[in-house]
Design a protein. Structure first.
Length: 307
């Protein structure tokens, strides 16, 4: 996934969420609806999350240092993990608390009754625009993978995070609209509490999915199967007989570490082996441009004989 594509989706989501958050807070001030408050906090948390993603992308561009010799590419994963924590605590837990409080102290929407419905319908339209932008950018990167597969396997965190956040936002708006409409129809504030609670459960689940995915990336994921096959094929040739074993790991979304033990002819000179290694590195970088850090160890393949 290109960084520009991810940033485009993040910026679209940021603009939508900032505008929606302001309108939702105004609607809450007029109606005192807990669903509106939960949704306003949700949009505010999402806006903060998008700022965190943009900050992580900027900080990840710093060059390598003696303390961090492989650079700061994984900082994008760190900020993605922080997003999951913010979504869980600020969004999910707050909505659950607000729903619990409203359930034990229910009150109907007595003034400006049309405001939350209009705000929620308009918010669904804005969130739909943001979600469409994220899907369009994801379609450029996911290939033949489904969207769930893309979220699970993508190495860049921005688009998966925005996709999940926008999906949760749309579904949360539907829950809020359900709670508000039922409250207005029955004059029973318990429905408002139900809508708020559903929003909280939804955000907690989405935050958990994000945390699991970001944790895996932070621990260090290998290259995709297609990249592994391309690297193995590129290593062989011009003095490299085969690949004995190989390990890959993402140092960031756009930077791959490759470490391999390669088989060379025992009769070759050291100079020839060094040339073969240089040529192999060039072939790998041509085949997989994100393979930027390559360590190759020459060895002589030993035939295993029967005892």
């Amino acid at each position: 996934m290109s960084a520009s594509g991810g940033n485009k989706a993040v910026i679209a989501a940021l603009g939508a969420n900032l505008g929606i958050a302001v309108v939702k807070f105004i609607a809450f001030a007029l109606t005192r609806s807990s669903s509106m408050l939960a949704e306003a906090i949700h949009s505010l948390a999402d806006s903060g999350n998008q700022l965190l993603l943009l900050l992580g992308g900027k900080r990840a561009k710093r060059g390598a240092t003696p303390l961090h010799p492989f650079g700061y590419g994984r900082e994008r994963y760190v900020y993605g993990f922080v997003v999951s924590i913010v979504l869980f605590s600020v969004g999910g837990l707050f909505a659950l608390y607000e729903g619990y409080h409203k359930w034990h102290d229910p009150h109907p929407i007595e003034s400006w009754q049309w405001v939350p419905v209009v705000v929620l319908v308009a918010a669904i339209g804005l969130e739909g625009f943001s979600f469409r932008t994220a899907i369009r950018e994801a379609n450029h990167a996911r290939g033949d993978r489904s969207l769930p597969q893309f979220v699970r396997t993508a190495k860049a965190p921005e688009l998966p995070v925005v996709l999940l956040e926008d999906f949760a936002a749309l579904l949360g708006l539907v829950f809020a609209l359900f709670g508000v409409v039922m409250t207005l129809a029955t004059d029973d504030g318990h429905w408002d509490a139900v809508g708020t609670g559903l929003i909280g459960v939804l955000l907690v689940l989405v935050a958990a999915v994000l945390a699991v995915e970001m944790k895996s990336l932070l621990l260090g994921e290998s290259a995709t199967p297609d990249h592994v096959r391309a690297i193995e094929a590129a290593l062989v040739g011009d003095g490299v007989g085969s690949v004995i074993h190989m390990r890959t790991m993402h140092l960031g979304p756009d930077e791959l570490l490759v470490a391999a033990k390669i088989a060379v002819d025992g009769a070759d000179t050291a100079a020839y082996v060094a040339q073969a290694i240089d040529a192999a590195e060039q072939r790998v970088r041509a085949a997989v441009p994100i393979a930027r850090v390559i360590y190759l160890e020459p060895d002589v393949r030993r035939e295993v004989t029967a005892g």
